[in-house]
Design a protein around this ligand. Structure first.
Ligand code: NAP
Length: 642
C-alpha cells in the first residue's frame, strides 16, 4: 500500500503547477523534490534557507532565489508527474538527518531525531497508536469513561477505538471541540500554526487559513470524530458531577447530570479526565455587576442573539481573547471601551490572518512528504527554544525588565514592534508596553490588528482599574463613568482549579480537589496516588506556554494512558496508581524547574498561571523531547499495581 504521505498522483498541467508553486514554502518544496527525484544534490548547492524563525516558512530566501527554485522545481515535478508519480524510494538515515538540518539551518541534536521522525511519520506508520490487548473478553470487561470531548477527549476516543477497548465519552456541550466549541466569540482563532496544530495522523491539506478561525477548527474536530467512528460513543449535553472509587469492585462510579436535569451513574474500570484547563469562565465580582441593565456575558459564552451594531460596548480584559475580540467588533460598534488591567507582550506575526493559497493544499496533497516536512518546519521553530529563552539567568540584573540578556533583546524586539506602530502616541505607548519581562505571560500573536483597533476614533483603552458597575456604566477607581450598553467579560478561566467543579473521591474517600488544594499535581501530569485507574489528559503541569502544541502533548499522554490500560487488561490486574515517591519527586522537581522560569518572575502580578501563593502548578517546565521520552513507554516500576 502506498505511503499515505507520499502524495496522491496528479495530472496537473505545467501552467497550473507554475501558479500553484507561488504559494508554497520553498525550502519545504526543495525537500519534496529530493524525494521525487532521489537526487540529494538538489539541496547541496547555493540555493538553501538562511535561517529559522517562528512563522517564517521561506527561510529568509530572496525573491530571486525562490524564483530560481520554482523554475527548477517545475522540471522535477513535471518529470515526476510524467513518470506517473511513483512512490518515492526510501531515504537513508544519514540523508534524512541532512535534510532535517538543512531545512531548519541547524544541527538537530541526536536526542530529538527519533521524536521528530515519529512526529513526521515519514514511514507512514502511526507509532503513537497502541493496538491494545488481544483478549476480547478481557477488553470487554474493562469499560472506560472519558470526561470531555474536546481535542484530548476525542483523541482518547480514537485511541480506545483503535485498541478495541469499550468506552463512553461524556460531554457537557452539544457538540465536539471543547474550547473550540465554546469559544465562538468574534475573531476567535488559533495562534499555533494549523499545519502543526492538528493530529499527527490526520491529513492537513484542508486548512483555509494558516491560523484557522473557530468554525473551521470545530468543523475539523467534527470531521475527525466522524471518520474515526467516535460519535456513537458520546453522550452529549451530559455533565460529569463527580466520580467515586469503589475498592471492592475496583470501579469508578461516575455521576452524571443530563441536559434535562436527570441524574444517573455509569460504572467504569478506568476514568480518563479530558476536561482541559480552560473551560470554566472566570467572571469577576465587581460590585453592582448584577444591576447592569444591558446584556452582559463572558467571552466563552458569547450571546450571539445580541447585536453589537451601533452599540456602546465595554470589553473587560485584554488577554488572548480580548486581543482577538476588540479588532473584530470595533468596526461595527458605536463605541468600544477596552478595560485593560495588565498590558500584554505580543509577538509580530504578519501572516496571522493570512489565507492559505491553493498551492499549499495542492502541495500537501500531492507532493511527496511536503506536508510532513512543512509540519516539521513549524514544529521545530517552537520546539524547546522558548523554554531555553524562558530560563531566568541568576547572574543577570534586569530588575523587572528582563530575566536574561536574551530576554532583554526580546524586550527590545517586541517594544520596537509596538512603538513602530504607535510612535506618534507616547501616551498610548505607555499604556500598552508591559512593565514585566517579555514572555512572562502567554505571549500573543499580533499582525498589527490589536494596536490598529486601539487607535480607531471610536475605541478607548482604559487602564484605570474598574471600581464598580452601575446599571448603565462601568465606573473606574478614578470615578470616571463609562456609559455602555453591553459588557463583554473576556476575563479568562479558572485555570488553577484543576478538574473544577467535579468532585472526585478516591481510595478511602479522599476528595481530589481538597487533597490538591492550591497545588494540583499528577505524575507526568497524568496519574495521582490514591486515585487508582484515573488518568488525566492536559492535567496539572502539562499546559504549554513555551512552545509546541497541546495536541502533541495529548498524543504523548494518550499513548501512555493506552499502554497503562493495556497493561491492566493484559496482566489481569485490578488497579494501578503511581508510587507516592515518584509523584512527590515529580512534583518537587517540576516546582524547582518552574521557579527558575520567566512565568514565576514576581513582577508578574496577575496571571492565570499563578495560584494564591504565586506558585505555578498548571504549566509544564519541561522540554518537549523529555516529556515525549518519559511518556513513550510505560514503566510499570513507577506504579503500585494490584
Ligand atoms: P486571560 O489570558 O486570562 O485574559 C484575561 C484578561 O482579563 C486579562 O487581561 C486579565 O487581566 C483580565 N482580567 C481577569 N480578571 C480581571 C478582573 N477581575 N479585573 C480586570 N481584568 C481582569 O484569558 P483569555 O484571554 O480568555 O485567554 C486564556 C487562555 O486561553 C490563553 O492564555 C490561551 O491559552 C487560550 N486562548 C488562546 C487563544 C488562541 O489560540 N489564539 C485565544 C484565546 C484564548 P490580567 O492580565 O491583569 O490578569
Amino acid at each position: 500500500m502506498r505511503n499515505q504521505h507520499a502524495g496522491e498522483p496528479f495530472t496537473t498541467t505545467d501552467e497550473e503547477i507554475e501558479t500553484l508553486l507561488l504559494d508554497v514554502s520553498i525550502p519545504t518544496l526543495m525537500l519534496s523534490l529530493v524525494h521525487m527525484s532521489g537526487d540529494p544534490e538538489l539541496i547541496r548547492g547555493r540555493l538553501k534557507p538562511a535561517g529559522l524563525l517562528i512563522n517564517e516558512v521561506q527561510g529568509f530566501m530572496s525573491e530571486e532565489d525562490k524564483a530560481e527554485v520554482r523554475a527548477l522545481a517545475l522540471d522535477v515535478i513535471r518529470d515526476y508527474r510524467d513518470r506517473g508519480c511513483p512512490e518515492p524510494g526510501p531515504i537513508s538515515a544519514e540523508l534524512m538527518k541532512e535534510m532535517m538540518d538543512w531545512l531548519v539551518c541547524e544541527d538537530v541534536p541526536g536526542e530529538y531525531v527519533p521524536m521528530v521522525m515519529e512526529e513526521m511519520e515519514l514511514d507512514g506508520a502511526d507509532a503513537r497508536r497502541v493496538d491494545g490487548p488481544s483478549d476480547d473478553a478481557a477488553r470487554e470487561a474493562f469499560p472506560v469513561v472519558v470526561i470531555g470531548c474536546g481535542e484530548s477527549g476525542l483523541l482518547a476516543g480514537i485511541r480506545l477505538e483503535e485498541a478495541g477497548i469499550p468506552y463512553t465519552i461524556i460531554e457537557k456541550n452539544a457538540g465536539v471541540g471543547g474550547t473550540w466549541w465554546e469559544n465562538s466569540y468574534p475573531g476567535a482563532r488559533v495562534d499555533i500554526a494549523n499545519h502543526f496544530y492538528c493530529y499527527s495522523f490526520e491529513p492537513s491539506d484542508h486548512w483555509t487559513e494558516f491560523f484557522a478561525q473557530q468554525p473551521e477548527l470545530q468543523a475539523y474536530f467534527e470531521r475527525v470524530m466522524t471518520k474515526h467512528g467516535v460519535e456513537p460513543h458520546v453522550r452529549w449535553e451530559t455533565e460529569v458531577l463527580g466520580a467515586d472509587w469503589d475498592d471492592a469492585s475496583a470501579t469508578w462510579s461516575v455521576r452524571l447530570r443530563a441536559g434535562d436535569g436527570s441524574e444517573s451513574t455509569i460504572v467504569a474500570r478506568a476514568l480518563i479526565s479530558a476536561v482541559g484547563q480552560l473551560n470554566r469562565p472566570n467572571i469577576p465580582d465587581f460590585p453592582g455587576m448584577d444591576t447592569f441593565e444591558g446584556p452582559w456575558f463572558h467571552s466563552a459564552r458569547w450571546d450571539h442573539s445580541v447585536d453589537l451594531t451601533g452599540k456602546r460596548v465595554a470589553l473587560v480584559g485584554a488577554g488572548a481573547s480580548g486581543f482577538q475580540i476588540a479588532p473584530t467588533i470595533a468596526p461595527d460598534v458605536e463605541h468600544l471601551t477596552v478595560f485593560q488591567r495588565t498590558a500584554q507582550w505580543m509577538f509580530p506575526n504578519e501572516n496571522y490572518h493570512g489565507k492559505v493559497g491553493p498551492g499549499v493544499p495542492w502541495a500537501v496533497r500531492h507532493l511527496p512528504f511536503y506536508g510532513r516536512w512543512y509540519r516539521f518546519l513549524l514544529f521545530w521553530a517552537v520546539c524547546d527554544t522558548g523554554l531555553h529563552a524562558a530560563r531566568i539567568d541568576p547572574d543577570y540584573d534586569g530588575g523587572n525588565r528582563a530575566i536574561s540578556e536574551m530576554n532583554e533583546a526580546t524586550r527590545q524586539w517586541f517594544t520596537d514592534w509596538i512603538v513602530g506602530q504607535l510612535g506618534d502616541d507616547p501616551e498610548l505607548v505607555a499604556k500598552v508596553v508591559p512593565d514585566y519581562p517579555p514572555t512572562g505571560k502567554r505571549t500573543l500573536q499580533d499582525n498589527g490588528s490589536w494596536l490598529g483597533a486601539l487607535v480607531l476614533p471610536n475605541v478607548e483603552l482604559v487602564t484605570d482599574p474598574i471600581d464598580h458597575i452601575e446599571p448603565d456604566a462601568v465606573v473606574t477607581v478614578a470615578g470616571t463613568r463609562h456609559e455602555v450598553d453591553i459588557i463583554v467579560y473576556a476575563t479568562g478561566f479558572l485555570a488553577t482549579r484543576a478538574l473544577f467543579p467535579m468532585a472526585i473521591t478516591g481510595r478511602d474517600g479522599t476528595d481530589l480537589r481538597a487533597m490538591w488544594g492550591e497545588r494540583p499535581a499528577a505524575y507526568l501530569g497524568i496519574t495521582v496516588p490514591g486515585f487508582p485507574n484515573l488518568f488525566c489528559m492536559y492535567g496539572p503541569g502539562t499546559n504549554l506556554v513555551h512552545g509546541g502544541s497541546l495536541i502533541f502533548h495529548s498524543e504523548c499522554q494518550m499513548r501512555y494512558i493506552t499502554q497503562c490500560i493495556e497493561a491492566l487488561i493484559d496482566g489481569g490486574h485490578r488497579t494501578m496508581e503511581p508510587r507516592q515517591d515518584r509523584y512527590d519527586d515529580w512534583h518537587e522537581r517540576s516546582q524547582r524547574e518552574m521557579r527558575g522560569l520567566v512565568w514565576s518572575q514576581p513582577s508578574i502580578k496577575h496571571s492565570f498561571f499563578k495560584n494564591a501563593y504565586g506558585e505555578i502548578h498548571g504549566l509544564s517546565p519541561w522540554r518537549l523531547v523529555d516529556y515525549w521520552s518519559w511518556t513513550r513507554t510505560l514503566d510499570p516500576a513507577d506504579f503500585v499495581i494490584d
